[in-house]
Design a protein around this ligand. Structure first.
Ligand code: GDP
Length: 589
């Protein structure tokens, strides 16, 4: 069959895509979920994602991006300015790699602080950013979280960066997360610097790492490729200077520049609510000079920059391109990964935000439309679903929780995220939980006593956690409880029927010889004639000679009362009885 060509915009809602490619929306949502994307019917996905979905669905289609809509979604790193007024800007660097390979230690060594902040669960849970100065030049580091549960954030992280440092422990070599990080970096077309860490260790094997890299098509400079490899030890500090020099060298080659005399723009890298401060946003300045008092818009959110600080909380008057800053003044929470811009006055900012809000979906609490919800919940397939609503304190965590939950899905059972959002658990969540029979999970989320009381009254479960693994484990145990238990049959012994003493509609009394194992009460038996299964009966009484017994062993003769359990079975001499126990065993995921 000839392939059909379908033209779509670079951003397309799931619903429109479904219509265009004539596939049920739920199928697309499910496919997106499988690919780690939580998108509701009205949510927009990009062209690349749409293409992946079409390919995964095995459709004979070619998607083409509409001509007037081929604005590339560029990463921060690719945004360079050629204008005359452009100034040099610091490189934005993210550190990625397999857990325990030394990302945190390396960032510490770079900062010379050695203060690994211990967050809940002992891992860095939020993306954060900071700037260092080396040889009078600035370098911005994005501290991307290190555990695979945070793959989502890391992916965003890669899109915000000019350079990705892939940390590989010399004693451990390339691991799945290393490959994942390399893939992210390549996808975002950013420069990769490999830091082979822990070279102080006795069993460090740098040659093996180089070999493994070449197997991933990453050829190091030494071998004629373009991957810079630096050998470091976060512990002894060896190679750290070289690593920083390489970062500066790469940024020189890349000629990272940005315009200063343009209205400031940038990217949101974190957003959360702080008591007494309202929405607090970490942002990376892309171009222009951001100062307090500017009207700022990001997606459908707007505000006026009230306080501008470095990411460690030092007040600053202005923020230059490449600088990560903390901003207060937004009226609502902007979305992690969204860009921001500034406008002349409040009215313009408000109008702009409103317009963006109409064009895109409301992002502050992604919820499935009620029709869609019903359809999903009533989905008539064999997969069992656990409906949940997730609230988190910040966007980054929300994405991580959602992503981790998706990894729990099996062919038999899955988590359906009916709603998700930022902030405290509220009336809306209760309503949604009630109508969709969902459990509400909070991650660092507030629950007022009033809401708690109401939930208790309505029988709605609210569970709040501040350690992601505990939350995931709880969902796992909820899923486990839903698993259909397994029925396990254990064979006890076999008997050959030697005589029939009495038969009635409901019972047969017969005698036989135990040829294998034993027969004990209570038990069930399958009756075989030759190789044919005749039926199943229940042993209700057992005798050795005249005596009622509980058990008869191999080679012994016995008398048996067998309940027919409403079946018409005509047991004959020489039939074989296979005795067994049947137990219902609950299962684990
Ligand atoms: P992350 O999970 O990638 O952030 O890894 P960490 O920075 O937490 O480091 C994991 C472990 O490796 C810790 O016990 C560190 O002390 C240790 N480590 C990190 N870098 C080095 C290094 O260069 N040499 C040695 N010997 N140990 C290191």
């Amino acid at each position: 069959m000839a392939e059909t060509t379908i033209t779509i915009d670079s951003l397309i809602t799931v619903g429109t895509l479904a219509e265009k490619i004539k596939v049920p929306v739920t199928k697309i949502i499910t496919e997106l979920m499988k690919n780690g994307v939580m998108a509701t019917v009205n949510e927009k996905i990009d062209f690349d994602t749409a293409q992946i979905i079409v390919a995964e669905l095995g459709l004979d289609l070619i998607l083409v991006q509409s001509k007037d809509d081929q604005k590339e979604i560029v990463s921060f790193g690719k945004k360079q300015s050629n204008s005359k007024t452009a100034v040099e800007r610091p490189p934005v660097v993210a550190v990625m790699g397999h857990v325990d390979h030394g990302k945190t230690s390396l960032l510490d060594a770079i900062r010379h602080t050695n203060t690994v902040s211990k967050e809940a669960g002992g891992i860095t849970q939020h993306i954060s950013a900071y700037q260092i100065e080396y040889k009078n030049r600035k370098i911005t580091f994005l501290d991307t979280p290190g555990h695979e549960a945070f793959a989502a954030i890391r992916e965003h992280g890669a899109h915000l960066t000019d350079i990705v440092i892939i940390v590989i422990a010399a004693d451990d070599g390339i691991k799945p997360q290393t490959i994942e990080a390399i893939r992210f970096a390549q996808k975002a077309k950013v420069k990769i610097i490999v830091a082979v860490n822990k070279i102080d260790k006795e069993n460090a094997d740098v040659a093996r790492v180089k070999q493994q890299l070449s197997e991933q098509n990453l050829l190091i400079e030494e071998w004629g490729g373009d991957i810079i490899l630096v050998e470091v030890s976060a512990k002894t500090g060896q190679g750290i200077d070289k690593l920083l020099e390489m970062i500066l060298l790469v940024s020189d080659i890349e000629e990272l520049r940005a315009d200063l005399d343009v209205p400031p723009t940038g990217l949101i890298i974190e957003s959360h609510i702080e008591q007494g401060r309202g929405p607090v946003v970490y942002a990376l300045i892309e171009s222009g000079k951001l100062t307090t008092g500017k009207f700022i818009v990001s997606g459908s959110n707007y505000g006026k920059v009230r306080i501008l600080e470095t990411t460690d909380g030092q007040a600053v008057k202005e923020a230059m391109p490449g600088m990560p800053v903390k901003i207060t003044g937004f009226k609502t929470l902007p979305e992690f990964g969204d860009s921001f811009q500034t406008l002349e006055n409040e009215k313009q900012a408000k109008d702009f935000a409103k317009q963006t809000g109409i064009n895109s979906i409301s992002k502050s609490g992604d919820q499935i439309s009620s029709g869609e919800l019903l359809r999903l919940i009533n989905r008539n397939n064999e997969v069992q679903q656990l409906n949940i609503i997730i609230k988190a304190d910040v966007k980054g965590s929300l994405t991580s929780v959602i992503d981790s939950l998706k990894s729990l899905n099996t062919e038999e059972i899955e988590v359906l995220i009916v709603g998700s959002g930022i902030g405290s658990i509220n009336d809306n969540d209760l309503y949604l939980a009630k109508t969709s029979k969902s459990i509400i999970y909070g991650f660092n989320s507030q629950v007022s006593p009033n809401i708690k009381h109401q939930a208790d009254r309505e029988g709605i479960k609210i569970k709040n956690y501040n350690i992601i693994y505990e939350l995931i484990d709880d969902v796992k145990s909820e899923l486990t409880a839903m698993l259909i238990p397994e029925i396990v049959e254990t064979e006890l012994g076999r008997v050959i029927v030697r005589a029939i003493f009495a038969t009635s509609k409901t019972e047969i009394i017969c005698g036989g010889l135990v040829t294998k194992g034993k027969v004990s009460l209570p038990a069930l038996a399958k009756i075989y004639r030759g190789s044919d299964l005749i039926g199943e009966v229940e042993l209700t009484n057992l005798k050795r000679g005249q005596m009622d017994v509980k058990e008869v062993l191999e080679e012994e003769l016995c008398g048996m009362s067998l309940s027919l359990k409403n079946q018409k079975i005509n047991i004959q001499v020489d039939d074989k009885l296979e005795f067994f126990e049947r137990k219902v065993v609950s299962r684990t995921l």
